[in-house]
Write a protein that binds this ligand. Sequence first.
Ligand SMILES: Cc1cc2nc3c(=O)[nH]c(=O)nc-3n(C[C@H](O)[C@H](O)[C@H](O)COP(=O)(O)O)c2cc1C
Length: 378
Amino acid sequence: MSTPSDTTALRGVPAANAGLAAPVQLAAQVQLAAQVQLAAQVQLAAQVQLAAQVQLAAQVQLAAPVHEGLPFTAPWLLAPMEGVTAPSFRGHVLKRHAASDLGGAFTEFVRVIRGPVSKSEMRKHLGADRFPIPVGLQLMGNDLEGVRGSVRNAIDLGVPVVDLNFGCPAKGALRGCAGAAALKDPVTMEETVRVAVEGAEGRAPVTAKIRAGFDHADDVEVLARAAEAGGASMLTIHCRTRREGYCEEVDWTRIERAVNAVSIPVAGNGSAWEHADLERMRRETGCAFVMVGRGALKSPWIFTSREVSRREAAAFLIEYHDTLKSMGARPKGAVGRVKQLMNYWTAGGLIASEEDRATWMQSTDFEAFEARLRQEAS
Ligand SMILES: Cc1cc2nc3c(=O)[nH]c(=O)nc-3n(C[C@H](O)[C@H](O)[C@H](O)COP(=O)(O)O)c2cc1C
């Protein structure tokens, strides 16, 4: 049925075409209706998209930081760990914590080899999920222009803090004069930090993570000051030297020396195995933050003093296993990654003794391993 305005639109149609008026009118109406419908759909889609964006922004919104100039929401940080702190493990840790308990986490190191790391590569390390707890991206490399461009790309993606790795002891990193190699060359370290800070253009802070030295810890102050002079907003010091690898005994006075050498906040790192160690390290060294590596593999709840049940502990591991499989891991790979945690795991009393740990670790029947874990979690 035509509306008055529709017929008005057809006025003046020549008499010869009068016979065509009805079909033309109908066609015009259909076309108009389709246009109106399309416009409404487009508008609706735009509204839905906007709502989704707003919702996403709300989900992504970080909790309030505890230190000016840094995004961290609490003094305890999850360390970058290659092959561990991928989105899968990290996501399971983050989703179990309030931002007031766990202050931040990092990706494992991303190598800058020749030129900037692409955004798509970075997305793989960042994962799709967002939390109120900030996740920084860690870069490692000595190609200065590559570092500059990578920092820019990371911040374009919304990364709230970029960390630079000057502690990786792996031979591959050292051959490429990256990672711990910088501990022998504080001038290059300072320059790398400076270029990264330039790349950030004040849009996000750049932090640096060092070990206490290469072969000895005599120059902790020199290294800490190099990072500060380059413009780092925070220094993380893993208190072992490269030579010491992951030795059991650690010397936290090296953290205290770094704290006293610089005016930027320091994150202490090295053998914080229990929740009580976090406060103790802060008290004994004066560091502002404590970064936890393997302690979080012992118990992902180390950031709080909460005791977890055996079932909760098993649920973490089986959910982690399932996430890995959903991301394409084969049974052997998924179980292998769970065993990587079980090597350290004490949470929930799930592993009753070292003999029990050995039975878990030596199991080569992936289905039986998975079934046992699933039963523990049920
Ligand atoms: C499996 C593993 C992978 C690691 N990968 C990284 C890394 O990608 N970047 C980094 O800066 N440090 C890395 N580290 C060092 C840790 O971040 C941390 O400095 C070290 O484990 C000492 O802390 P912890 O005694 O609390 O474990 C790694 C450590 C482990 C055990």
